[in-house]
Write a protein that binds this ligand. Sequence first.
Ligand SMILES: C[S@@+](CC[C@H](N)C(=O)[O-])C[C@H]1O[C@@H](n2cnc3c(N)ncnc32)[C@H](O)[C@@H]1O
Length: 580
Amino acid sequence: FVPSSTNIVQRQNFMANFNGNKGKMNSGSNKNVTRRRMAGGEGGESEWVKALLENTAPEPGAFEQEMKMKGLLGNKGGENTKLTANQELVAWLEKEGDVYLSEQSSWGEAPHPMAISTDTKDEITNESSGRGLLARRDINDGDNLLKIPIKLCLTKESARKAVGKDVLPPEINEYLAIACQLIHERYVLGDKSFYKPYIGVLPETTEVNPTFTWSDEDLVFLEGSPVIAATKSMQMKLQREYDALLGGEDGLCNKYPDRFPKDKFTYENWIWAFTMLFSRAIRLRSLKQGETLAMVPYADLINHSPFSQAYIDAREAGDWLFSTGEEEVILYADRGYRRMEQIYISYGQKSNAELLLLYGFAVERNPYNSVDVTVAIAPRTESFVKELNDDSIPVDPLAEEKIAFLESVGRDSIVDFPCYADRYPVELLEFLRLMQMTPEDTRGKALKDFDYSRTISAANEAAVLTSVIDAVKRQLDKYPNTEEEDAALIKDKAMFRLLSYNQRMAIRHRRNEKRLLKRTIAALENQIRKQGLDDPDLLRRAEGSTLGQLLPGDERKYGLKQKTALEDRLEKMGLPVDLR
Ligand SMILES: C[S@@+](CC[C@H](N)C(=O)[O-])C[C@H]1O[C@@H](n2cnc3c(N)ncnc32)[C@H](O)[C@@H]1O
């Protein structure tokens, strides 16, 4: 789930323009706003008819009937309980939060534009994506889709109130606090919980299936993928957090057995709570008191599309005249939607590895997909080469200077970088240009005096690109089977369906990773050709050079990897402790 406040700012600009800036409608930064206003119509006759149709609900229940016929309400057993749960959630939001969710218009209220589907499907893979929200009628770009008051959300504040401010101190990590509240509401209070209608629509762990909940037998299907290392460290981290806060000797279960009964605050329930948090919690960035992590009922029924421009954030409720001072979570449509279409938001620019690890699904066409690749280059100092005991490996006369330079800029000689289908990070190139420097390149100048964001020399660039190719090939070699073998498995639909959901996800995922890596190799080879770096002399230097290769001993010396790029990104989410 994601965050940013541009959408809200656009909306505010829109109001400012509408109210007092009419002469400047086309000015620069407000192009978007102008487009919206045009789409909203100028009140002509056809606009009236459209508005009337939009605001006049068809027979109550007609939409649900149509969804049912299309199978969007689910036709398997057990769906009735899901439908009842949906209705209970809607009734609760209306009663406790004054949220207007009616399909009919009322004074000052347009009919609510969305409906809950209990059984949405991924259009490409046909896998279930659980509940989702559909457009009840045609929706215009910029329409307000929902407003949920903060008081109905689970936050650190609500958690401290519910479980006890004495046991959850003000500085407690938000994830840990909300996890405690989720367990408290679902397993301790149960039917008596104020949040019961919300808890009632939350899925089970096995309906979400993030990789940190997978068995080792299922994880084997991901062999070779960097997602395994991230999964393992997440598993360790969750266990450590559980022991430290709840289950260990000094944990809350021992200290406060009445409030933290051991049979409710189990590790299994902890994993469920974190499955909910990782897959549904939103970071609200525009609250008065700053950022807050929140579980937002109803808004968290919206599925992810990497192409959606919509995201959720908060603002003060009401308008300038009737501001109540309370805050609410809001969402505007990022584009027009046709009736019955599923509404999506973006959970952020996430790779499939991140999505699988935290949300239990991956997207077949994901422009943000990347695979973490490791480039390790041990500077070949005299002592290091001696240790390798291999006469064919030369000492690098610049090795000591490279080490000193890396240290001075706070870098390691091992880099884990996300490799995208069409790009790789500038830092990687800069790092490799430095590591591939030879006395021929420096001609006596100090290493720190070069600008590594630019090509150093044709030979250096050839060596750099060749070492990226080497690193990507090494990553490809880690998978036990080829992309073609995976493609054949997926193509045999009958056999593929016999595998479990996790296994199908794993095979699709590793196949997509391999495809991406192969494309990268092809693109790099193409780049080498296009830049004229395929000159045999240059390539001889690149290929003859052992500088860019992970040599025997490097794995041993540098084998204990630092944080992977994925772990790095996870940390930025504000997770409680170091991953290792
Ligand atoms: C915020 S919830 C969205 C509502 C959810 N479908 C439900 O039933 O409650 C996030 C979860 O929805 C599912 N999901 C969201 N977007 C998806 C997509 N594009 N494909 C498959 N599953 C998706 C995943 O299980 C994910 O962990």
